[in-house]
Design a protein around this ligand. Sequence first.
Ligand code: G4P
Length: 173
Amino acid sequence: MSAAEVLLERVRQDGAINGQIVKVDQFLNHKVDPVLVHLLGDDIAARFVDHSVTKILTAETSGIMLAQAVALKLQVPFVYAKKKRPITMPEYYAAASYSFTKQESTTLYVSKEVLHASDKVLFIDDFYAKGSTFKGIEDIVTQSGAELVGAAVIINKSTRRDIESILTLDDLI
Ligand code: G4P
């Protein structure tokens, strides 16, 4: 079975779809199935083997384990943008992001020590909904002078097709 077929079956078995919201907290973003995460990560990584990726970039929280899986397969480090700036991060890139799902604004922070102009960056996340997280990440990559070479999520709920995904909302309904 392909990664998409496995995920689809899992959503049908242990998840739910309520309008535009896909419930995945039994296996992806609360209770996490590491075997599934690695299957999904390997599938995404395979699409970017020829993109000379040097760094994976994601945002706290749910993107982290997916970024780890993709990064392991591509053998590159991953960075997760933090939503609170620690005092140990004096020099940073910052960008605003508004979560429509949670109806709150957040700021994403990435230390200048972990993202450089020479980097080729792949953005990874669990969902692409309105794209506000991606917009914030694009902003941070621009500030750093790095190059964004791709973007991939597990479930793309938008009509954008330049974002790689395992499933789209159409696959689920
Ligand atoms: P956007 O970044 O693409 O604009 O998406 P949006 O603001 O709508 O969603 C932001 C948050 O909501 C993200 O989590 C994302 O993972 C989550 N989300 C979006 N759509 C769904 C969905 O259908 N189901 C579930 N379960 N979650 C969804 P976050 O606030 O960035 O942080 P975290 O939860 O990873 O900590």
